[in-house]
Each structure stands twice: as C-alpha cells, then as structure tokens.
Design a protein around this ligand. Structure first.
Ligand SMILES: [Fe+2]
Length: 254
C-alpha cells in the first residue's frame, strides 16, 4: 500500500481493523490488503469550513471500503477486464442497440440483469455486460448494506448532465464502459460562488486547479449530497463534445 496525506478516519458505519472490511450490518466485504493508492489531495481553501477530501484509487473490490473514511470523497477501482469490456462496449455503441435502460433489481440476484438486457444484443457483448452489472450490483449491495440497486445503462451522444452538479443520493457508482469518463472537481477545489450561480456556464473551479476525469473502465464510487450532513456531494458532469459514450451507473436503493 502507498499511503500519503492525512491519516484515515473511520466513520461509525464501518471501520478498518486490518485487512478486509465488515459493514455495520455484519456482512463481510471482499478482503483487501489496503493496496489503495492515494493519488490526490487538494490543498484548496476551505470556505464554509470544508475539510480536505481525498480520492482513493485501488485495484481490489475491498478498496471500496475506503468510502467510509470521512475524508474520502471518491474511490475508483480498476478492473481486470476493463480493456476487453471497452472493446465490446464500443461494438455495442456502434450497433445502437442500447439507447437507455433503467431498472431496479435485487443487489444479489445475478440473473436479474438478463431479463432487462435485450436478447438481440451480440452474445459476447451481452455476456460481458451481464457479468459486469451482476458483480457491481452485488458489491454495492454488500458495501452499502442495501437489498436493492438501481441500474442505468445508457448510450449518450450529448451530455446527460451538462452542468457541474452534485446528486442528492448517498452515493453513486459510475462506470464509463466506452468513451470518455465523467468529469469531476475535488470538493475543496470547487468555487462555490460560481457553483451556486445558475446564470453562468463557467466550470465552478478555483484558479489554478484542474478538472479531473474518471478513467474509462474504472468503477468509480462518488459520495453524493445525501451521504451525511457535512458533505455536499462530489461535483461532476458529463464531458462535453467527446462523442458517444456507454455509461453504467448504479445507486443503492433502500
Ligand atoms: Fe450526476
């Protein structure tokens, strides 16, 4: 593990006590050896008393447990089949067979996605998608202690959410399967006056800071505005002028 920056703080909902993670419900989460790498720590101002937040990048599903650290706003985990999935997803985008699909399913039901994905989709592509959705759904259910998950699979040719915004959900998993990843701004780099100004389209980012972008194929978990009272949610938007994308998103449903 490489660990730089402020020490982690455990919330009351989960705790680290060595390798692995156990949620407050008692359900075990896949073991991790803390191999996550902190790649970002903002030094921006803390207007309104905001605390500095971190992004965690990992390569194990167990790394998602870091989302319970109070100073972590994003956990992004690389997946072993990302390149293969991206090639298959590009094939699906070209076929124009998935304009927009939304459903709610049991988090631990690996068969559920099969009843939602059209049977006309290329078999290889469909199989890869089914695996990806089932695995991500089960992981999110265990991590967030929820029985159901809302799934959204969409081909996007224009920004679905063109303005930077924060979603009022506890958290949201974003997986860009093909195309350019979602843009986001670290919480302490947001210019909150610009963010609140509905009359401007300027990115709400402080001077000399950079808009971040999730890597295509990564599973990226963002805290939303309903995570707790002390956090306003990760500010993000669909990228502009980048061609078609295939986006998979999953929300815990309670
Ligand atoms: Fe959003």
């Amino acid at each position: 593990m490489v660990h730089r920056g402020a020490p982690c703080e455990s919330s009351s909902r989960a705790s680290y006590s060595g390798p692995g993670y156990r949620a407050s419900s008692g359900c075990a989460f896949p073991s991790s050896r803390y191999r996550y790498v902190i790649t970002y720590q903002s030094c921006g101002s803390s207007r309104r008393g905001r605390r500095l937040m971190r992004q965690v990048i990992g390569d194990q599903l167990g790394d998602f447990a870091a989302i319970y650290d109070e100073d972590v706003e994003v956990v992004s985990v690389t997946r072993p089949q990302a390149r293969t999935c991206e090639a298959l997803a590009e094939r699906l985008v070209r076929s124009r067979q998935v304009p927009q699909l939304r459903w709610v399913q049991s988090a631990d039901d690996p068969v559920a996605p099969a009843s939602e994905l059209p049977s006309t989709i290329d078999a290889d592509v469909r199989s890869a998608l089914l695996d990806q959705i089932a695995e991500a759904s089960e992981m999110l259910g265990e991590l967030m202690d929820c029985e159901r998950v809302g799934v959204r699979l969409e081909t996007l040719s224009a920004p679905m959410c063109p303005r930077f915004h924060a979603d009022h959900v506890p958290c949201r998993m974003l997986i860009t399967l093909s195309g350019v990843g979602t843009e986001w701004i670290p919480n302490s780099d947001v210019d909150w006056a610009v963010f609140a100004d509905r009359g401007t389209t300027a990115p709400p980012i402080q001077a000399n800071r950079q808009i971040q972008r999730f890597t295509t194929g990564h599973w990226s978990l963002l805290k939303g505005g309903a995570w707790n009272d002390g956090f306003d949610g990760v500010v993000h938007r669909s990228p502009h002028g980048v061609g078609e994308r295939l986006l998979l998103s999953l929300d815990p449903v309670y």
